[in-house]
Ligand binder design. Structure first.
Ligand code: PBG
Length: 309
């Protein structure tokens, strides 16, 4: 009766990987229980999502071809664009959010267009905006830029508006740290940088005040939802964003967090379900309005069963 934190499955977002090709239902080795899906197989997963009570998905694409500039990211028949159309025709009740970034599409694995060994921020804005527009034209309900270039929210907003998509919201990865917790995701998407790291565009884990600056810029540029990423180790940052801003705040509990729980549970070191429940509760308690997590379907079940929430 006196619980301070209430959780609804409506606020869970399930991240999923779609891959170009056929007959692909491939478990990701460092993320046991998570798969890469080709579109001819993915209905099995989509049905599970719908049955679980989770209402929103965050799409990541793995293209057949990568090149220097990531041109498969914005093709009308690219993997994410096809996946959006597929989901909207088969499971129209699902709310489809697309991750907008170049790293899954570039041969070098960086999140933008290179100039020498550095990412050229302003050139990258154009390809990000083109990519976001192509997702929305395919039917995406919301776009989530995760590249961390300066000015991308404003540029995407402008291009969506110019094309009539004035009501399509942007969930900005506003505060995205240069984190080792993304390791398993990069295995899944084949997107580890071929050289260097992402420290020139993602944030330094030592900094928290800078997170407020990143969020403030995104708000000025038109972000509708602010995201903090990773989750577990960054709840102080989430809390301060929640206090400072009026926009809804999302938290992304990332691949490395998922992998650690799965591995420790497989070794018999922790009570898996209890740890999944407790960590999600704490993320909401710290201020998450929305939670993006690979455990979304399971959490929906625990909420339904009254274990949490
Ligand atoms: C793309 C992107 C990444 C993640 C989400 N979008 C990887 C990265 O920035 O290297 C990580 C998600 C996860 O680890 O679960 N830039």
């Amino acid at each position: 009766m006196v619980r301070e934190t209430r959780i609804s499955a409506d606020t869970l977002i399930y991240p999923m990987f779609v891959q170009e090709g056929e007959h692909i239902r491939e478990e990701i080795p460092s993320m046991p229980g998570q798969y890469r899906w080709s579109l001819d197989c993915v209905d099995e997963l989509l049905q599970q999502i719908v049955d679980s009570g989770v209402k929103s998905v965050l799409l990541f694409g793995i293209p057949a071809q990568k090149d220097e500039i990531g041109s498969s990211a914005w093709q009308p028949d690219g993997i994410v664009q096809q996946a959006v159309r597929h989901i909207k025709s088969r499971f129209p009740q699902l709310y489809v959010i697309t991750d907008v970034c170049m790293c899954e599409y570039t041969s070098h694995g960086h999140c933008g267009i290179l100039c020498g060994h550095d990412v050229d921020n302003d050139k990258t804005l154009e390809v990000l905006a083109k990519t976001a527009l192509s997702h929305v034209q395919a039917g995406a309900d919301m776009v989530a830029p995760s590249d961390m270039m300066d000015g991308r929210v404003g540029r995407i907003r402008q291009v969506l508006d110019e094309n009539g998509f004035v009501n399509t919201p942007i969930m900005a990865y506003s505060v995205k740290y240069a984190s080792a917790f993304y390791g398993p995701f990069r295995d899944a998407a084949g997107s580890a940088p071929a050289f260097g790291d992402r420290k020139s565009y993602q944030m330094d884990p030592h900094n928290a005040r800078e997170a407020l600056l990143e969020a403030e810029l995104d708000v000025q540029e038109g972000a509708d939802i602010l995201m903090v990423k990773p989750g577990m180790a960054y709840l102080d940052v989430l809390k301060s964003l929640k206090e400072q801003f009026r926009q809804p705040v999302a938290l992304y509990s990332v691949s490395g967090e998922y992998a650690m729980i799965q591995a420790a549970a497989a070794a018999g070191y922790i009570d898996r379900e209890a740890v999944i429940c407790e960590s999600a509760v704490c993320m909401y308690r710290a201020g998450a309005d929305l939670l993006i997590t690979y455990f979304a379907m399971e959490l929906a079940k625990y909420i339904r069963e009254g274990r949490i929430g």
